[in-house]
Design a protein around this ligand. Structure first.
Ligand SMILES: [Cu+2]
Length: 64
């Protein structure tokens, strides 16, 4: 399942890297794609949307 979330607090490559690393650390099997222009995080994973949201929030970012 692919979960797509809008994360408006993403402003630069650094944010993209931080979120990608945190998701890969917590969900090693996940495929993470982040579009900096649209501030959209797409995660192909077995984990729930709530789990993915929690991981993103733990980096200090806000999920819309
Ligand atoms: Cu940044």
């Amino acid at each position: 399942m692919t979960i797509s979330l809008k994360v408006p607090t993403i402003v630069c490559e650094g944010c993209v890297e931080t979120i990608t690393k945190q998701l890969q650390k917590n969900l090693p099997e996940a495929q993470v794609t982040i579009d900096l222009d649209t501030k959209t995080v797409s995660v192909e994973t077995q984990a729930s949307e709530a789990t993915v949201k929690e991981i993103i929030t733990s980096t200090g970012h806000t999920v819309e």
